[in-house]
Design a protein. Structure first.
Length: 724
């Protein structure tokens, strides 16, 4: 007799071994460790792949997607285009870019002490400014709806400050619409709610210019289904401005870009599409009605205007052989009209439609049924009146419930049915090539995602569904808040480069990217210049050090170079920082090993860290003409700028040394004055003064050297010379 328990155990072990062996087989070596293989075309590197020791990549390489982790182990320099696509590259060898290489998209790099040497010809990082990277998002916060209700629809206010959320109702007594206040960084706070008629909400849409909220609900036999409320930004109070009975179940709603019209679709029998004029006080006028029966409009995201307001797209449930997507042309002279311009039969229900926010040419749809492709991008030809599928959003495998374009017109967010590996995804769409690629994806567990909505200007992205939770994501790149660069999610907003030595062979510009240097890392400029655009960031991780040497950095302002916490260290060796705005050093510390020249006429370098920075033996911190160095720590410590040896120098080259009422005390080393320089103190008593020496130990005396023709003027406050 066979032991059933034992047979099941053996069978389980067999399948586990099979799964492991299949998993291993998916990871491959590109090239060989024993023979040179030249690859003239770009190589796609999948998760777990390894670029082997003798792989000679003259056509470049690309990590498959944001979830890819791969290893570079080649001894050869790389040419062609390199795209990390938000994934992670592990270096077992130095990665040297040849002259004709373009570093197009970035990702995480675990260098393990190896070098990343940029090419002599490259002038930008990424080499081509890629909107694709702007589609990578991170979770900023999440909150459970009041009463833990399922989410059907959501929308951002015109200012992106408030998020309206349509939720399920129980017994008709709970809020069917909630309004949450968003601080733009990481906090979502419940503000107020309303329940117009006790029915579930199909669609919420904020007015494009005002604090008006349109709410469309299920059928109310005794009243209205479409409502317009004014929402008080301060108190959250709802004031009803207008309402109307649409004669059936509300499906979706969309404001005309002018705010003068509101399109509403419903399951109404003979008046499926209604276009309401809206008065200046929010009253709904007599609608234009289109009877498209037997077509049944899709729910939640089933209609949308193009950005010009010239066309309205409406999606429908499957009704073979009738179309499931129709585009209407809008005119308001001499009277309002909607004229069918184009239609297409998808042969399946189209659950959602959304127009690109930058062009009338493209619109995206989500498809309900069991088809291989459940989301597509269509091209709309305004002259021919045609719709043509140009891109498939692949590997979704489940019905797509909701779609939404980002304000840039480059990113498409979708939500799908559960169960799915990743019910929420963001795709990049290249308008030049009409190619599409997934760049962000998240598993929402057993929850169907029913609503996704980009904010209007700030690249925040709200997501909701059957798990009762409001998720707010932010773009990794445009989500960096200059006033809070080290706040929640700082690591997630940056690419992490660990234990890396970056070498420049040309002047280079960092375009709109954030790099978090972790471990022991360095940038060797070899005498070249690194320019930071206003939306770029360089951070140092906790318990990490970044050595900058032989380097000029331009574009420094507003904490654009920062530290993750006070254990972060910048080591500076023959470095120039050019400030083009006021700059604040808030956390961590710097060590000046040799020359550190800060230049910025009319700008302020404010030191606010609560830990000490040092000018080391033979180090020179040089403050350029017209610059103000303001000592302003957040703690009451006077000795957080330290000269560690007699050969340490602080040089005022026509600059101002300033201190708040905390006071500043300098020991040892030299204060060298060149040109007309200044001292300014907010202190009024000796304990708040700028003080040189301690008056006790002569080894702590500060030597002041004033060059011929130079002057040191005390322009304000208390200054004490306190030699022993």
């Amino acid at each position: 007799m066979i032991d059933n328990k034992r047979s099941k155990t053996l069978l389980g072990a067999f399948f586990l071994l099979l799964i492991i062996s299949c998993s291993i087989s998916l990871s491959v070596d590109i090239g060989s460790d024993t023979a040179v293989t030249r690859f003239n075309t770009q190589q796609t590197v999948n998760n777990g792949d390894r670029i082997a020791g003798f792989a000679w990549l003259t056509g470049g390489f690309a990590l498959a997607d944001v979830n890819t982790q791969a290893t570079f182990d080649s001894v050869f320099a790389v040419s062609g285009d390199v795209q990390l696509n938000g994934g992670e590259l592990i270096l077992n060898q130095d990665l040297i870019f040849h002259n004709n290489l373009n570093f197009n998209t970035m990702g995480d790099i675990d260098a393990q002490g190896h070098m990343l040497e940029l090419s002599c010809s490259g002038t930008e990082l990424p080499g081509v400014e890629s909107d694709e990277a702007g589609c990578i998002v991170f979770l900023a916060t999440s909150e459970t709806t009041q009463g833990s209700r399922d989410i059907y629809t959501l929308d951002w206010s015109v200012s992106d400050t408030f998020l309206a959320v349509g939720v399920s109702v129980i017994g008709g007594t709970t809020f069917s619409v909630e309004v949450w206040e968003w601080n733009g960084v990481s906090t979502l706070t419940f503000k107020s709610g309303v329940n117009p008629n006790g029915k579930n909400v199909a669609s919420v849409r904020w007015h494009p210019r005002k604090n008006w909220l349109a709410i469309l609900t299920g059928n109310d036999p005794s009243g209205a289904e479409i409502y317009i409320y004014e929402v008080d930004w301060t108190t959250g109070a709802f004031t009803l401005l207008g309402s109307s009975d649409i004669g059936g179940i509300g499906r979706s709603a969309s404001w005309h870009p002018s705010g003068n019209y509101l399109a509403v679709t419903g399951s109404t029998g003979t008046q499926e599409i209604q276009l309401f004029p809206v008065s200046t006080v929010g009253v709904l006028g007599t609608p234009l009605i289109l009877d498209v029966s037997p077509l049944n409009p899709a729910v939640n995201d089933g209609c949308d205007w193009d950005f010009t307001g010239s066309y309205l797209a409406v999606s429908f449930e499957q009704s073979v052989p009738l179309p499931e997507l129709i585009v209407y042309e809008f005119n308001d002279q001499p009277s309002i009209s909607l004229t069918e311009k184009a239609n297409i039969n998808i042969s399946d229900s189209v659950r959602a439609v959304d127009w690109n926010q930058t062009t009338t040419k493209y619109l995206a749809i989500g498809i309900e049924g069991n088809v291989s492709v459940t989301a597509q991008v269509f091209e709309f030809d305004t002259v021919a009146g045609s719709l043509t599928a140009v891109a498939d959003l692949t590997d979704i495998n489940k019905p797509t419930q909701t779609v939404d374009w980002s304000p840039t017109g480059s990113c498409i967010a979708i939500g799908t049915n559960t169960p799915n590996d990743n019910e929420f995804r963001v795709y990049f769409f290249d308008q030049e090539t009409e190619e599409v690629a997934v760049v962000s994806e998240f598993d929402r567990g057993s929850s169907t995602v029913r609503a996704v909505r980009w904010s209007r200007t700030t690249d925040s992205l709200a997501v909701g569904g059957d798990d009762n939770i409001i998720y707010v994501y932010r773009s990794v790149f445009t989500g960096s808040d200059p006033s809070d660069p080290d706040g929640p999610g700082a690591v997630d907003r940056c690419f992490v480069w660990t234990d890396i030595c970056v070498v420049l062979n040309n002047n280079i510009t960092l375009n709109g990217r954030c790099i978090l240097f972790s471990g022991s890392s360095s940038i060797d400029g070899r005498g070249h210049c690194l320019t930071l655009t206003s939306d770029s960031r360089i951070f140092v991780d906790n318990d990490s050090t970044l050595l900058m040497e032989n380097l000029t950095i331009k574009g420094v302002n507003n904490r654009i170079i920062g530290s993750f916490d006070n254990s972060s260290t910048y080591s500076l060796k023959d470095v120039e920082w050019y400030l083009d705005g006021n700059y604040t050093f808030t956390k961590g510390h710097f060590d000046v090993i040799s020359d550190f020249h800060v230049i910025g006429n009319g700008q302020t370098f404010a030191y606010q860290s609560e830990v000490a920075s040092k000018i080391e033996e033979c180090g020179r911190m040089i403050l350029g003409e017209g610059l103000t160095f303001s000592y302003d720590p957040v703690t009451a410590s006077r000795d957080l700028l330290q000269l560690t040896a007699d050969t340490s120098e602080l040089i005022l080259h026509g600059a101002t040394l300033h201190s708040t009422s905390t006071g500043l005390q300098l020991f040892k080393g030299k204060l060298i004055v060149d040109r007309q320089s200044f001292i300014s103190s907010e202190g009024t008593v000796e304990s708040e003064a700028i003080t040189f020496g301690d008056g006790i130990n002569s080894s702590n005396d500060l030597c002041i050297e004033i060059f011929p023709g130079a002057t040191l003027d005390v322009i304000d406050g208390c200054v004490v010379y306190n030699d022993a």
